[in-house]
Design a protein around this ligand. Structure first.
Ligand SMILES: [Zn+2]
Ligand SMILES: [Zn+2]
Ligand SMILES: [Zn+2]
Length: 140
């Protein structure tokens, strides 16, 4: 998702968040990447912000429907920007996450076909699908 600084500010305002330098920097880091970004990458870029503030900023974005956790490994959590379907009330995702074992990139992938998950007598609130393998760029 491409966002200009102005759009980033509008996005923050629409979620009733002040456009602080840290928030703008974290969002610009995320939007620069076509794949999901790890916490340590955000930390590496936002050198003027301490770890606790970065954690808090990310938590706020998660709560406000601006970003989502794309993948969690033992060492790292990957974050990706949400689309406009997400709001401060809820996240609405109909995509899955693909982790490439060759380049270690995590990407959000739209499905060409809808997956139907049927669990009789279970109520599903959220479907989280993580797939690992080799991405199209590494396969080429
Ligand atoms: Zn979302
Ligand atoms: Zn790859
Ligand atoms: Zn995603």
């Amino acid at each position: 998702m491409e966002l200009t600084t102005e759009e980033t500010k509008v996005l923050l305002r629409s979620r009733k968040l002040k456009a602080t330098p840290t928030r703008l920097e974290v969002l610009s880091t995320l939007k620069k990447h076509t794949s999901a970004v790890t916490f340590s990458e955000i930390q590496r870029v936002c050198t003027n912000t301490d770890r606790v503030t970065l954690y808090r900023t990310i938590q706020t974005f998660l709560d406000k429907g601006i970003i989502h956790k794309a993948y969690q490994s033992e060492e790292e959590t990957f974050y990706a920007l949400c689309n406009h379907n997400c709001s401060s009330e809820a996240h609405f995702h109909d995509h899955l996450h693909f982790k490439c074992s060759t380049c270690d990139q995590v990407t959000c992938q739209q499905l060409t076909d809808e997956i139907k998950i049927v669990l009789p007598n279970f109520k599903i609130n959220k479907v989280d699908i993580n797939i690992t393998g080799i991405c199209n760029r590494c396969c080429a």
